[in-house]
Design a protein around this ligand. Structure first.
Ligand code: TYM
Length: 332
């Protein structure tokens, strides 16, 4: 079976619909066909300052949400990144074959460091994509399901795998990005040309999986649309309506054409009202299941520790090979 790996940062109390539709939904689907490794990337979540207690809680909440949406710990290896020390160990080696300029060209780093003021941005923010490459290469992943915003980071992972293999001998599988076009960029409800983002969207622009559906309904009602009246799918001319149709289609399983046909002659208000209902029906059971996992943190932590053990078995073997190739003594 081919391998798949992906990760999500515990930097918010809830996943948003962009995380779910762009990535996590595909994680669930790929469990059927792939040997799957999914991690909550807490090491990645401390690059811009954090509160330890909040991080701890968010890491649990992220794991609980992954289980609630259908990650099955019997079939997949679900773990917390910091419990597998091989990740930063391999990241060091990969950092030594990454060019300074190459890392500096990562657009997410440029955007975020600019926002923070380039002197205040941490070295961790700079080396973040190298750690991400280590996450992927340790598991010899064939495919990495992510949203469009991760494409450049995936390209770096591929480059580093190839460079290591050429320099030190065949070691890593060169991973392919698994980006499903239709939902690869869910946009902000208030700024329908920008991606929905936990770090940069205003609260009104994001639909959180764990928020009160009445709140989501209100945000959907005030979502920015164009001044026209017709419900058609046109991402260029009508990005707001296109985004609502994309979310509606992905959550309901109805095709875009089917929806456009069904709303012919109806108004934006009808579409928004029905979408709010679709969202509410979708999130309610997820919220209940998430709460169920959070009600028993000891059990959840145990499940994650088991996942980390399984992950270490694979990551440890890869790291051992990488150590040997670069001339290190074996890890003890
Ligand atoms: P993160 O935590 O920001 O996001 C998790 C996943 O959600 C996707 N995503 C979106 N997809 C569609 N539309 C959106 N508006 C949207 N917003 C977010 C992201 O593309 C991502 O797939 N660097 C990664 C975490 C990471 C990782 C890895 C991913 C660390 N190591 C190894 C894959 C493999 C990140 O910050 O994702």
């Amino acid at each position: 079976r081919p391998r798949v790996l992906s990760g999500i940062q515990p930097t918010a109390d809830s996943f948003h619909l962009g995380n779910y539709l762009g990535a996590v939904r595909h994680w669930v689907a790929l469990q059927d066909s792939h040997d799957a490794f999914y991690c909550v990337v807490d090491l990645h979540a401390i690059t811009a300052g954090h509160d330890p207690a909040v991080l701890h809680q968010r890491t649990r909440r992220a794991a609980a949400q992954l289980l609630a949406v259908g990650i099955d710990p019997e079939r997949s290896t679900l773990f917390v990144q910091s419990q597998v020390p091989e990740h930063p160990q391999l990241a060091w080696i990969l950092g030594c074959i990454t060019g300074f300029g190459e890392a500096g060209r990562m657009t997410q780093f440029k955007d975020k460091s600019q926002k923070q003021g380039s002197d205040r941005a941490s070295v961790g923010l700079f080396t973040y994509p190298i750690l991400q490459a280590a996450d992927i290469l340790l598991y010899q992943a064939d495919a990495v399901p992510v949203g469009e915003d991760q494409r450049q980071h995936l390209e770096l992972s591929r480059d580093l795998a190839q460079r290591f293999n050429t320099t030190f001998g065949a070691t890593f599988t060169v991973p392919a990005a698994h980006i499903v076009k239709d939902t690869a960029k869910i946009t902000d409800l208030q700024e329908p040309r920008a991606k929905m983002s936990k770090s940069s969207s205003a609260p009104g622009g994001i639909i959180d999986l764990l928020e009160d559906p009445a709140r989501s309904a209100k945000k959907i009602r005030s979502a920015v649309t164009d001044t026209g009246r017709e419900i058609v799918f046109d991402a260029e001319a009508k990005p707001g309506i296109a985004n609502l149709l994309t979310i509606y289609s992905a959550l309901s399983g109805r095709g875009i054409d089917d929806l456009v046909g069904a709303y012919a002659g109806k108004g934006y208000g009808d579409l928004k009202k029905d979408l709010a209902e679709v969202v509410a029906e979708f999130v309610r059971p997820i919220q209940a299941r998430t709460q169920g996992y959070l009600d028993d943190p000891a059990q959840l932590d145990k499940l994650l520790a088991t996942g980390a053990e399984k992950a270490r078995a694979v990551a440890g073997a890869t790291l051992r090979t990488a150590y040997e190739r670069v001339g290190f003594f074996p890890p003890v």
